[in-house]
Design a protein around this ligand. Sequence first.
Ligand code: UFG
Length: 356
Amino acid sequence: MESLKVHREQRKIIVTGGAGYIGSHTVVALARAGYHPIIVDDFSNSHPYVLEGISNVIGYTPDCYQINCRDLKDLNNIAKDHPDIQGLIHFAAYKLVGESVKEPIKYYENNIDSNINVTKFCLEQGIKSIVFSSSCTVYGEPDKFPVSEEFPIKTAESPYGRTKQIGEYFFEDCIKAGLPLNVISLRYFNPIGAEESSEIGELPLGVPNNLVPYITQTAIGIRETLTVFGDDYPTPDGTCVRDYIHVSDLAKAHTAALDKLIFESGDDSSLEYFNIGTGRGYSVLEIIRAFEKVSGKKLSHKIGKRREGDVPMIYADPSKAFKELGWRAEFNIEEALEHAWKWELKLRDLKLKKTG
Ligand code: UFG
């Protein structure tokens, strides 16, 4: 492990969307592992505080470029400061499922264009190693569980999901064409929680769409009641089942993916997919109960209608990531929820002004 750290030393990795939720935790994971992360973010869905939080964890503020990835010229300018970039992790994307249904052009334009641009940038700068931020949404509504990487890509439920599928097809075509790239697509299940130190975490702008920030905001009194979207699904307790993964575990999967790309790839172009989940599904009601246990608070909630586009159940078979990347989730659900709660309490004290 230590010897790998020496090899990683000073290797510069661009993290697009590095000031976002998963991006910021990945910057921390990279720095801890000995890589040299460089943040690229347009701050359209992130807060300048994030840089301070990262710095509090790793002891320095990484270089940060306020750039939109759709601007190739701006991207290329980074290489003037850093001609020796070794890899790129591409997070920068819009990610709200509901918004994507209402504003497909915004999603296709931003997510697809930036994908193409960062790839052009890598090709122009001779950067071979790319980690693409994908989602379990590419599996649509699976027939069997747990879901493994060989499962077919099915119709995505939203334009957001389609942009992730198109991203994967795009890289597939680049590799078929023999472009000099080694790509790993990480298919995330449901990231939750926050850095154990509570220095960084999720900063949802406005009303959260995702379950866990909605729970923590309800518990702290920002929201009145959590609505459970449907209890008549064909699942053990009728509520939807998901594979919730601690964001810091998810972040470490990126270090493992980069290690494979940088130290193990041969001369040939390559593309590989990995599920990044825990392998265990929890229902919405189980999450509520686990949260009540770790926070010691009763959570006000009611059963509502199903939310359009929700699949009843999905959880990962993460064994390929363990076999080939040596990665597996370490935090359990209680720890993930406890860290999410501690972060919500910290946010109350921080009183950040909203941006965006
Ligand atoms: N839920 C509620 N009430 C809420 C919010 C969510 O009951 O207020 C339920 C949802 O119905 C779902 C579960 O909690 O059953 C998890 O919902 P999230 O919105 O937290 O997460 P999703 O599984 O819908 O979405 C996640 C990612 C997306 C990705 C998708 C793929 O956030 O980026 O998985 O399935 F596209």
